[in-house]
Design a protein around this ligand. Structure first.
Ligand code: EPZ
Length: 424
């Protein structure tokens, strides 16, 4: 799939964000902790949500999507083994491991491969399950876990891993006794998962802080739950307004969830107007240079690093981005350079010498946030760009081209098979 973008037009208007992808995925996995039916509302229509639905179906769960509501019926006996091809497609599939250990006492999930942004091991997930009494073996590319009954444990996470915090939290909900996660991730999506589990009768406290306590319970009931808005999608459209020097109102965003991004946009010279569930951005001129260090929440989110680099490429000076969360998340820099950006990568730092303009080019997206970055740069560049690999974008941005078109962007989508650069 590809997109043709003709740049140079300031975006103006209103864009409404969907529910958070990174809340929907763990919550859909958590729904199988109960044998009852659960309904989750405000779920974004995304490829990753479809992949998670297929993953749940592959272990015997019935999943039905109607609009942005997902009905999950985990009642039938579950299979304990997840298929390789689905886990390969999406790392978040690994989040079914904790719930399967609670429901069946056994789970076999393929080791998720790395991806474009790095190796992405799951050692912290496994360390947590072992601390709770699970025997873990890795054979034939599968991680097999078995336990008679999970027992609560004190678990310290070397890194405040989002996925490990979520997987261990879900295992703790069905364990005997109390589990404490120290150095837990504090992202809003962790809080959303805890609220969802508590709405099923779990007893999770401290979510959103670095210490989460989970009192195991015997049974969980089904629930109906609506997930939080997507803070990364909101940040992406705010940056789109900034990079095209337009005026964009982003609706369905919780301003406190994007505090670090708003601070950096303000530093770059943007005028921001915060409502209770909206933020409007007005960007009169080229951005001032800013320095960014990606950190676990509440620090600047690594998922906004790539889109923000598109803005800083136009900076009135030199900016520095240091990526501390993933080891290889600068693939988009090379593509931006092909548009005339001046970016030097040194280890986990990107030094960006701002330029007054970029020119359109043929570009390759390697992951969803890199795809968003290149689209934003193309919207602000002079001339025409063609972006390949836009299927990555639709993993995490529902209606991406339509939403940008509604803001005045000149975007054409083609599902032509990938063409080699030579012909362009
Ligand atoms: C979640 O991934 C998000 N995905 C990512 O969003 C996000 O970038 C990331 O958190 C960080 O905020 C979902 O929520 C579905 P981590 P996750 O475990 O859980 C290392 C997007 O664009 N690590 O917090 O996989 C790991 O290698 C995606 O929407 C270990 O070493 O991230 C990484 O360097 C991309 N061992 C760091 O921790 C482990 O056992 C953070 O990973 C686990 C992680």
């Amino acid at each position: 799939m590809s997109m043709i973008i003709r740049g140079g037009k300031p975006l103006r208007g209103i864009v409404r964000c969907d529910g958070a992808k990174n809340a929907a995925l763990p919550i859909m996995a958590g729904a199988i902790l109960s044998e009852d039916i659960s309904i989750i509302d405000s779920v974004p229509r995304l490829r990753d949500v479809e992949t998670m639905s297929d993953m749940l179906r592959s272990i015997g769960v019935s999943v039905r999507m109607a609009g942005t509501s997902v009905r999950i019926n985990p009642g039938k006996p579950l299979r304990h083994e997840a298929p390789y091809d689905l886990v390969r497609m999406m790392r978040a599939s690994f989040l079914i491991m904790g719930p399967l250990l609670v429901r069946l006492g056994t789970a076999a999930v393929p080791l998720p491969g790395g991806c474009a942004i790095g190796q992405r091991p799951v050692d912290l997930h496994l360390k947590g399950f072992q601390a709770m009494g699970a025997d873990i073996t890795v054979e034939g590319g599968f991680i097999r876990a078995r336990t008679k009954k999970l027992k609560g444990a004190e678990i310290y996470l070397d890194i405040p891993s989002v996925g490990a915090t979520e997987n261990i939290m879900m295992a703790g909900v069905g364990a005997e006794g109390v589990t404490v996660i120290e150095n837990a991730a504090q992202e809003p999506e962790i809080v959303d998962l805890a609220n969802f589990l508590n709405s099923m009768g779990a007893e999770v406290s401290g979510a959103g802080t670095s210490r989460i306590k989970i009192q195991g319970v015997k049974r969980l009931t089904g629930t109906r739950y609506s997930i939080i808005p997507d803070r990364i999608e909101a940040s992406t459209y705010l940056v789109a307004g900034a990079v095209t020097r337009g005026k964009v109102m982003v609706e369905n965003v919780i301003p406190t969830h994007v505090k670090s991004v708003l601070a950096k946009l303000k530093e770059s010279g943007a005028h921001l107007l915060e409502g209770s569930r909206s933020v409007e951005i007005d960007m009169p001129s080229r951005p001032m240079p800013v320095n960014i260090k990606t950190l676990p929440y509440p620090g600047f989110p690594t998922d906004v690093q790539a889109p923000f680099m598109a803005l800083l490429a136009f900076g009135q000076g030199t900016s520095l981005i240091s990526e501390t969360v993933f080891e290889n998340r600068f693939n988009h820099a090379e593509e931006l350079s092909r548009m005339g950006a001046k970016i030097k990568i040194e280890d986990s730092n990107a030094i960006i010498e701002g330029v007054p303009k970029l020119t359109g080019a043929s570009l390759q997206a390697t992951d969803l946030r890199a795809g968003a970055c290149l689209s934003l740069a193309a919207l602000a560049a002079e001339g025409k760009s063609e972006i390949f690999g836009t299927e990555h974008i639709y993993r995490g941005y529902s209606g991406f081209a339509t939403k940008l078109r509604l803001l005045g962007a000149d975007i054409e989508e083609t599902d032509l098979p990938r063409r080699s650069y030579a012909k362009l």
